[in-house]
Design a protein around this ligand. Structure first.
Ligand code: DC
Length: 223
């Protein structure tokens, strides 16, 4: 039987991870931050001194058994040589590198199946990222697109990371621009997505709204 998937796409720091985590907990489902695949690859490439321009080596690294992505209730973890390196992988600096490697079509192709595999053997899946509703899980029962103002997003990440808000905003603006204008699976609002502006919603309100839409407006899935 097909597994139900809800996708949550949107720009950086729009609240995708917190909303996905709490929604998955409410539904008793798993959740995955698909950015962890691109961040993990970028981080491992930095460790292994592989240039972001060396596409064949990057593609090989995608299936290197030395690193993996694990779905946990509180986070999507990146494991490298048996160590949990998630905190480093989710830094703003690695986010910038991740955005660069995610431009490469061959890299996206090489990471696609691993993302889809997250929906195997689970009751249901909340998947967040940039192209979850358009490319990774086009059959999703509900597609959500989260937005928030640049200021609110920068402030959110700066508070989380104890970093300078101006620097974070500059980095996010560049990353959003790269993620939306690339030719390979750019960030875009999936047709028929529920669009939510999180500037005007608390985390709980956003989760409740998506949960409501899932109960009453979801698409049927084939078996
Ligand atoms: O959501 P995030 O900030 O962890 O993602 C890091 C980068 O990974 C993002 O700038 C673009 C890329 N990404 C992507 O191209 N497709 C996805 N589904 C998720 C992330």
């Amino acid at each position: 039987m097909s597994v139900a998937v809800i996708t949550i796409d949107g720009p950086s720091a729009s609240g995708k991870s917190s909303v996905s985590r709490d929604l998955a907990a409410k539904l008793g489902w798993k959740w995955v931050s698909t950015g962890a695949f691109y961040r993990g690859l970028a981080w491992v490439a930095m460790k292994e001194k592989v240039e972001v321009t060396d596409v064949p080596k990057l593609v090989n690294l995608c299936s290197d058994p030395l690193w993996s992505v694990e779905m946990r209730d509180d986070k999507t973890a990146v494991i490298w040589r048996g160590s949990d390196v998630t905190d480093e992988v989710f830094s703003e600096a690695v986010g910038e590198k991740a955005s660069q490697v995610s431009q490469i079509q061959d890299v996206r192709k090489a990471l696609l199946q691993a993302q889809r595999n997250c929906a195997i053997g689970v009751l249901g899946l909340v998947a967040e990222g940039r192209d979850c509703g358009t490319v990774v899980f086009p059959q999703a029962v509900l597609k959500v697109f989260l937005t928030a103002s640049q200021e609110a997003r920068a402030l959110r990440r700066a508070r989380e990371q104890g970093a300078d808000v101006g620097k974070i905003q500059a980095s996010q603006t560049e990353r959003d621009n790269q993620d939306s204008t690339r030719t390979a699976a750019p960030l875009q609002v999936p047709p028929d997505a529920l669009v939510l502006d999180t500037d005007h919603l608390s985390l709980l309100e956003a989760v409740e709204k998506i949960h409501f839409d899932h109960r009453f407006f979801r698409r049927d899935i084939g078996s």
